[in-house]
Write a protein that binds this ligand. Structure first.
Ligand code: GLU
Length: 292
């Protein structure tokens, strides 16, 4: 069985950009008869029941249904530890004592053929004496992957210094454990894909298909955020818009419906084709929503 997913971080309300990505992922899944799973990526936020409840409610109001119970990354720490252990057994990891600042500075320095901004492997070359010095100073190491100098990716973090699995590792483990074979997400994550594909290969997981949906911008050209005013479903409802109106507007922006009149999610399904999703960022103009 094929499966897609929406994987929000429960760090607050979903804005129109998040909801648009959720709708795109749902349409791609449902159009192909795939399951659609909801996963809260709460490794950095911790349990966030209020935000999760609000996000669930927004998705339900828009008719973006999911199969089974929503899951949380915080329930799956053992799976992450197991995958990290596999990579350790393969001799593909090393401890990294660099602080964030040191990583920033190292990444800014010129270092041969490595991609710009990537970690140049400083701690992969530490002597025993240097390791002992860091330990004496009480530094706790993060764990990095030896990426073998591939040009597509650097030695990224697998486990943070506080012991929590890093985003790329967790996402790859989750997608494999949940049988996700189609990933539809915002194109702010496109640069993480080579890292995730590398991990899938090393861990013996299949690689899903990826579709990255362009971001949503405000009228000022900046990435959509709370600063742009009423950009969440609850806020728009308080202004008198129905969920079906908002959905119509989002569906239209995805090239799924010819005009932005009210629709239901099921209704959009007939019209939708992933090929029609515009490749340019979408600019949210509140006055268009009003005239829809
Ligand atoms: N949790 C990520 C986000 O909210 C999505 C991760 C993914 O789709 O791979 O942007």
């Amino acid at each position: 069985m094929s499966a897609g997913r929406f994987a929000p971080s429960p760090s607050g309300s979903l804005h129109l950009g998040n909801l648009r990505t959720a709708l795109a992922a749902w349409l791609v899944a449902r159009e192909s008869g795939a399951e659609f799973l909801l996963r809260f990526e709460d490794l950095t936020t911790g349990a966030a029941p209020a935000a999760q409840a609000e996000q669930l409610e927004d998705l339900a109001l828009l008719g973006i249904t999911h199969d089974g119970e929503a899951s949380c990354q915080s329930e799956r720490t053992e799976l992450y530890a197991h995958a990290i252990h596999q990579l350790e057994q393969l001799g593909l990891t090393y401890d990294c004592y660099c602080s964030r600042r040191e990583v920033r500075e190292a990444a800014a320095a010129p270092h041969g053929a490595a991609p710009e901004g990537s970690y140049p492997g400083t701690c992969s070359r530490l002597t025993q004496a240097e390791v002992r010095k860091h330990e004496r100073a009480g530094r706790r190491p993060a764990l990095r992957l030896h990426s073998s100098g591939g040009i597509q990716t650097d030695d990224f973090v697998l486990r943070r210094a506080d012991g929590v699995a890093a985003y790329n590792l967790a996402v790859v483990v989750d997608d494999a454990a949940q049988g996700i074979d189609q990933v539809v997400r915002g194109d702010d994550l496109v640069e993480t894909t080579p890292r995730q594909v590398l991990l899938q290969g090393l861990l013996g997981y299949p690689t899903p298909t990826y579709l990255h949906v362009p971001l949503v911008l405000g009228l000022d050209g900046e990435r959509l955020s709370k600063r742009h005013g009423a950009v969440g479903l609850q806020e728009l409802r308080a202004l008198g818009f129905s969920p079906q109106q908002v959905l119509g507007y989002l569906a239209n922006s995805l090239g799924a419906t010819p005009q932005d009149s009210p629709v239901t999610a099921e209704g959009v399904l007939n019209e939708f084709s992933a090929q029609n999703i515009p490749t340019q960022p979408w600019v949210f103009d509140p006055s268009e929503l009003r005239s829809g």
